[in-house]
Design a protein around this ligand. Structure first.
Ligand code: SF4
Length: 893
């Protein structure tokens, strides 16, 4: 083996955009490059050497298992030429017969900027339709719309440093401790250094982020606009405005303040005490250096754009914008949502922060030399899939995303794709919930296999670099799109030979006629990078836009001069009429469902689901409910419940969570049909969207909950995949050496006459060969068995009437390493108590909750003490908020 080489690249997960130093090793003949390890890039401004648990595990998520390795046509392997010909001829025929608006692209915040750019250019510039939308619509399109309404441009006016130097930080609609962990750690460190810095967390749930909060406002779901319009009214009534700023740099303040509610109304709508509201309002009024940090809890709403503007209004009214330590900071969920915004990947944008005005259409069509350019906005995500369902759109190309999991009313989306004449899917993964509907499946290169750029939440552009070759015949997305473009006859416009060619053109377009003189000044300008050589692009260091000059070192604070990108260069106050979400049918669906992310998972688990240690923090899908609700319904930890409404149903285990408000449920977004029988939470979400941004209301649904009796719970581990479709409930996780399955036999089905016999029959039908060792406890109804072959354990089955008596994560990890021998009966007859079931809290060092609680009860009183004893929290630090919470709960008991 030759020596390992270190290459700097960027994490593919969240919008923090951490720099990663990857160590790869080449074989003796340089033929087999492998990625050995990763660590945080100390030179990257976003993370300065830190990585969270997901980023730290990146090296374990590679490998060709489960990857889409070859093009497929109607399910059969084909070659690239045939597949690309079919895509191009299909699009050409449908466009000829039905016009350009009969076709669409659905893109993703996981694409690199170069991939995004060519896809957008092909559809909007040359096919002549603006039916290009992206899964970023589901993440931050309301934030884009509100920035645009207020500033005249999609400008995020803050940096990560602002979060560290502000004196008051409002974190609203974000569980940053789990969704943006490295940024959270930066904030936590700043707070430790300056304890006088105040942090307010605004969230219906008491999340891990509350660990650093001076004040937690557990407001009623969806009531945020009342809170911020109420704040504006308070600032006005108490003369805490920046009159000079309002006078010199804004318009429409009087209209905005006229509609604001009084404090009684705010208290009623938010369900917060007036005294707490006043404390919050005073803190805001008294603190100049204030940042409002917000994310999906604000954006994923039927009024998300208004909520964004309600926040921005408060910053404009106090002149707290474009200055160090101040501003409304919308944080993006996805690794390259910002890059997508820059190229124009949303259907209502044309390109490079230009919209569909006549001047912009003319400008871009001249730049691209594209006379057939689209002239009107296209359909956004939900409308686009509605148009597929109605037959208006007849061909869709889905790139790097899984809309059948992420779009609302997912069952309806299945029907839409089923009816579509031509479905093309480019993906890294072979089996996704979307891929069965693809007529053409195109294997795409994934993280570490392709080259390009991404932009993080603070407008910092970083290189993602190729580290290893793609497996099989996988190709980068930009290459796939340009091959189709050439087949459609646009060879001259898609002549790129490498990502650097595309980046230079993207940079040049951003600077093209970008001047005040031409009344076309645009904030997004990286024209200074348009002449980069290939070598300069290869070693491009992270940098924040704008970069209009050639020195590449622009540190300009946008909006610092109080000039905005509206025709009169003044910001707009947008009047916001605060409303609560549409009432649900309380008699049929009395429970309120909220959705969100988990600490160790990313999106639909196509990458994080490959890492055993990331799965064991929350191995199986669950619904969280409050302690009081658990008592009143008789639902216990681990019970099987059915959550349903008019759109469908899910089967999940219950998790009792004191952090939940009563009457409210929380379900994570990550599970797909690849990992569980019925756990896709978007099945239950209605297609209600914000009228301005088109972003769905993903965090507010009425549902019913029903406890299901279970005759037998089964935990099954196997070195090979097992057919578990006979079980009404199943969920599975990958292990390093195989798979683990959680299965349930519901009572009242044809299995309940003798469930153990039913299990024995199922086992027999699996036909697993080898020597079987079995233990059966008829009194407790427990059947344990292992099957060994050639001195290896290949299969294990453990049943119980109680889910809490099944083996836990630690056991799952080790059982497949068991060496069969005379003592194997001990393994089979072992009782599994609460300690062995305990969740893993520190994923890096695999420390279980039970061990942490034992340590606390034995006297450990700080995170440091726990780290010294158990090592938990000493690697990436992502589990520290949970350690603090465990200390809080167990220190006195
Ligand atoms: Fe990746 Fe974690 Fe950094 Fe997000 S915070 S970019 S997931 S390492």
């Amino acid at each position: 083996m030759s020596a390992a080489s270190a290459i700097n690249t960027t994490c593919p997960y969240c919008g923090v955009g951490c720099g990663v130093t990857a160590f790869r090793q080449a074989g003796p003949d340089n033929s087999c490059l492998t990625l050995n390890a990763v660590r945080g890039d100390e030179s990257h401004p976003a993370n300065q050497g830190k990585l969270c648990v997901k980023g730290s595990a990146l090296a374990t998520t590679l490998g060709s298992q489960g990857r889409l390795l070859h093009p497929r046509l109607h399910g059969c392997r084909t070659d690239w030429d045939t597949a690309l010909d079919v895509v191009a001829s299909g699009f050409r025929r449908i466009i000829a017969e039905h016009g350009p608006d009969a076709v669409a692209f659905y893109l993703s915040g996981q694409l690199l900027t170069e991939d995004y750019y060519v896809a957008n250019k092909l559809m909007k510039g040359f096919i002549g339709s603006a039916n290009v939308d992206t899964n970023s619509r589901l993440c931050m399109s309301s934030a884009v719309a509100s920035y645009k309404r207020a500033f005249g441009a999609d400008i995020v006016p803050c940096s990560y440093e602002d979060l560290e130097i502000c004196d008051l930080l409002l974190i609203t609609g974000s569980n940053a401790a789990w969704t943006h962990p490295v940024l959270f750690q930066r904030i936590r460190a700043a707070k430790q250094k300056r304890p006088e810095m105040k942090i307010v967390v605004i969230d219906p749930r008491r999340t891990a982020t509350c660990e650093i909060a001076d004040l937690h406002l557990a407001l009623a779901p969806g009531s945020d606009a009342f809170l911020f319009t109420g704040l504006l009214a308070y600032l006005d009534q108490h003369q805490r405005l920046d009159e000079t700023y309002i006078q010199n740099h804004t318009r429409d303040f009087a209209q905005a303040v006229a509609d604001c509610p009084d404090i009684e109304t705010v208290a009623t709508a938010t369900e917060l005490d007036e005294s707490v509201l006043i404390q919050f309002f005073r803190w805001f009024a008294d603190t100049d250096k204030t940042v409002t940090f917000y994310s999906q809890g604000i954006n994923q709403s039927a009024t998300g754009t208004d909520k964004g503007n309600a926040i921005i209004n408060c910053h404009l009214a106090t002149g707290r914008i474009g200055k160090p330590g101040m501003g409304p900071f919308s944080i993006t969920g996805q690794p390259n949502a910002m890059g997508g915004r820059e190229v124009g990947g949303l259907a209502n944008q044309l390109a490079a922060h230009m919209d569909f005005s006549a001047e912009n259409i003319d400008r871009v069509s001249r730049f691209w030399q594209a006379p057939t350019i689209a002239r009107n906005p296209g359909l956004n995500a939900v409308a686009l899939f509605d148009a597929i369902a109605s037959g208006k759109i007849k061909a869709i190309w889905i790139m790097a995303t899984n809309p059948l999991v992420s779009l609302p009313e997912s069952s309806r989306m299945h029907q839409a794709l089923q009816a579509c004449e031509l479905v093309v899917v480019s993906d890294c993964i072979e089996d996704t919930d979307t891929s069965p509907y693809a007529h053409v499946l195109l294997p795409a290169a994934g993280w570490a296999e392709k080259d390009g750029t991404v932009t993080n939440s603070e407008r910092c552009i970083s290189r993602q670099r190729q580290l290893i070759p793609p497996p099989g015949e996988a190709q980068p997305d930009w290459w796939i799109v340009t091959q189709v473009a050439k087949r459609l006859g646009y060879t001259d416009a898609f002549h790129y030979t490498c990502p650097a060619d595309i980046f230079r053109e993207h940079a040049a377009l951003s600077g093209f006629e970008n001047t005040l003189e031409q009344n076309a000044l645009r904030a997004f300008n990286i024209g200074g990078l348009a002449e980069l050589s290939n070598a300069e692009y290869a070693c491009l260091q992270p940098l924040r836009w704008p970069v209009s000059g050639q020195d590449y070192h622009c540190t300009e604070t946008l909006l610092a001069d109080g000039r905005f990108y509206t025709p009169d260069q003044r910001a707009r106050f947008v009047p916001v009429q605060a409303t609560l979400p549409k009432p649900r049918e309380l008699d049929r669906y009395p429970w309120l469902l909220n959705t969100g992310r988990l600490r160790d998972q990313w999106h639909t688990m196509t990458r994080t689901g490959r890492a055993e240690k990331l799965m064991l923090h929350s191995p199986f899908p669950f619904v969280a409910l409050s302690t009081r609700d658990a008592l009143s319904t008789g639902i216990r930890e681990g019970d099987l419940v059915r959550i349903h409404n008019q759109h469908g149903e899910l089967l999940l285990q219950a998790r009792i969570d004191p952090a939940q408000r009563n009457g409210e449920l929380f379900i994570p977004i990550h599970w797909t049909q690849q990992f569980a029988s019925a756990a896709v939470v978007n099945t239950l979400i209605s297609s209600i969207v914000d009228p301005v941004s088109g972003q769905p209301e993903s965090k507010y649904a009425g549902v019913q909950i029903q406890h299901l009796a279970v005759d037998q719970w089964l935990l099954c581990v196997s070195t090979t995949p097992v057919d578990v479709t006979a079980f009404p409930y199943w969920a599975r996780i990958p292990l390093t050496a195989g798979w683990a399955y959680l299965l349930a036999l519901a009572a009242g089905t044809d299995t309940d006459a003798d469930p153990i016999q039913w299990v024995r029959n199922w086992l027999h039908e699996l036909g697993i060969s080898g020597e079987k060792i079995e233990f059966f406890d008829s009194r407790q109804g427990r059947l344990h068995c292992i099957i060994t072959e050639q001195d290896k354990l290949g299969f294990g089955l453990f049943t119980s009437r109680e889910p809490g008596s099944l083996p836990g994560p630690g056991f799952m990890q080790t059982i497949l390493q068991h060496q069969p021998g005379p003592d194997s009966w001990r393994l089979v007859s072992q009782q599994h108590d609460d300690a062995s079931n305990s969740r893993i809290i520190c994923s890096c060092l695999q420390v279980q909750q039970s061990a942490i609680i034992d340590s606390i009860q034995a006297g450990a009183r700080t995170v440091t003490a726990l780290g010294r004893q158990l090592r938990c929290g000493t690697n990436c630090g992502s589990c520290v908020p949970e350690l603090v919470e465990l200390l809080r709960i167990h220190s006195n008991g």
